[in-house]
Write a protein that binds this ligand. Structure first.
Ligand code: NAD
Length: 464
């Protein structure tokens, strides 16, 4: 794969300050496909300066012009659809169909939604004798994970640019090539120099320097809870705005009377997609005791269709593979019953894990509490609705979830009592404008749609 050997700073590809590089590995065959520069604090500083210098003019650019540039960016990404999909397959291991439909299609939709929002959003409102101006927060540090290499970038950069902020992006080590393609698209779209900047590098070096930089006004981070906690503390100490999108352990609650076969099939598909590397995945399936055995059999049958290397890709790297296999071993050790899959690697080459279904999982088990980030589903039994609710709400997380019932009203009544940021009712469809983000330790702040845009705005009230 073609990789840039520099950083995209101030509207051009510049040589990195240091000489270290990061190897990019294809997780399906374990081959090195490219090297990208490992940024240093010097690179980060140059990028933040470029973003700061570009801020006044960009913030003063009329929203309609920002919208036109976002439309151009969306079009440049669309022109590169095939290349983006191939790159996501190469560096993340996503099967080609998923890479096209989800990893490329969804970010295009989100980019388009922000082009529309920039043009239509009301950046001014009247409250009594005041006019309230919605102004850009300033220079944004965006630190993104590898699980959705383009979506995670767009979900931060598009609203930031729509709001009039300038950005420095530090993408994940595992998936920098998609981020470089994004920078090329930004450039060709004609976005002014310095409005968007890219520094590739290691989290504890480039990421940390960026999060701690005194001239950054807002840090938007998606990734692990451990790093999120650290970034939140650093930003808090500096009185900087911070948005954190962290882990999840979402519940798929199947109430009696629901279409059990559909609820189980959709629930399994939800977790297996992207090899389980989705923060909002419904990794806990909650089933009434009278339907439990039937649900377990349906789940085991459904998961058999996910053949590693065909319908389901590898995990992103060897570390994640080891981590997920460790969780499967822990589930067995704590007394859960494997009804599909298991801890052994299904293929000799590539970071694959067997799609795994656990039955007889109790709420206190590690696999019912911690984010596994792999193709592993835990099926839990509940006695009645109160019990189901206690189990659903019984983790430190609260990012997403699903409720299935005979009628939407019953599902909605249950969803109102869930401590979580999103709930799909009877298989509701993805909405790129719906706010996405966590309750409890799943995070702070919201992404997507107008709520995502508001994260990058601060208010100024003028009294008359
Ligand atoms: P991570 O939190 O280490 O990495 C996410 C991003 O943060 C990357 O760009 C990384 O370079 C950067 N980073 C790492 N250390 C940093 C630091 N000290 N300062 C600033 N930036 C830093 O996540 P990971 O190791 O890639 O994944 C580990 C686990 O995190 C996964 O198993 C999963 O549970 C969770 N995760 C969640 C999401 C999500 O979408 N919420 C995405 C990826 C991973």
């Amino acid at each position: 794969m073609k990789a840039h050997d520099g950083m995209y700073i101030g509207g051009q590809w510049r040589p990195a300050a240091g000489t270290d590089t990061i190897a990019v590995v294809n997780p399906a065959d374990e081959q090195v496909i490219a090297h990208v520069p490992a940024g240093t604090p010097e690179d980060v500083d140059a990028a933040v300066r470029a973003a700061r210098a570009a801020l006044p003019a960009w913030a003063a650019t009329p929203p309609a012009e920002r919208a036109a540039l976002l439309t151009a960016l969306r079009d440049e990404l669309a022109r590169r659809q095939d290349l983006i999909a191939q790159t996501v397959t190469a560096e993340l291991g996503a099967p080609p169909g998923l890479a096209r439909a989800v990893h490329t299609g969804m970010p295009l939709m989100v980019a388009g939604s922000y082009a529309d929002l920039a043009a239509t959003y009301s950046f001014e409102e009247r409250i009594g004798n005041s006019t309230v101006l919605m102004e850009p927060v300033g220079v944004v540090a965006a630190i993104t994970p590898w699980n959705y290499p383009l979506h995670q970038v767009i979900a931060k950069v598009a609203p930031a640019l729509a709001a009039g902020c300038t950005v420095v992006l530090k993408p994940a080590e595992d998936t920098p090539l998609t981020a470089q393609l994004f920078a090329e698209a930004v450039h060709d779209a004609g976005v002014p120099a310095g409005v968007f900047n890219l520094v590739t590098g290691l989290g504890p070096v480039a990421g940390q320097a960026l999060a701690a930089h005194e001239d950054v006004d807002l840090v938007s981070f998606t990734g692990s809870t451990a790093v999120g906690r650290q970034i939140g503390a650093t930003a808090g100490a500096a009185i900087k705005r911070v948005a954190l999108e962290l882990g999840g352990k979402s519940a798929n609650v199947i109430l009696p009377g629901a279409d059990l076969a559909k609820a189980v099939a959709v629930g399994i598909a939800n977790v297996m997609s992207n090899s389980g590397q989705t923060c909002s995945a419904w990794t806990r399936m909650l089933v009434h005791r009278d339907q439990y055995d039937e649900a377990v059999a349906l789940a085991a049958a459904a998961v058999a269709a996910y053949v590693p290397g065909d319908r389901i890709g590898p995990l992103v790297n060897a570390g994640q593979q080891q981590r997920v296999r460790g969780y499967i071993e822990k589930g067995i050790a704590e007394g859960a019953r494997v009804v599909a899959g298991g801890p052994d690697a299904p293929l000799e080459t590539g970071y694959y894990v067997r799609p795994t279904v656990f039955a007889d999982v109790t709420p206190g088990m590690t696999i019912a509490q911690e984010e596994i980030f792999g193709p592993v589903v835990s099926i839990l039994k509940y006695e009645d609705e109160e019990d189901a609710l206690a189990i659903a709400n019984g983790t430190v997380y609260g990012l997403a979830g699903a409720v299935w019932a005979a009628q939407d009203e019953a599902a909605v009544a249950f969803a109102r009592r869930m401590d979580t940021g999103q709930v799909d009712i009877n298989g509701g469809r993805f909405n790129p404008l719906a706010p996405f983000g966590g309750y409890k330790q799943s995070g702070v702040g919201r992404e997507l749609g107008p709520h995502g845009l508001a994260e990058y705005l601060q208010t100024k009230s003028l009294q008359f």
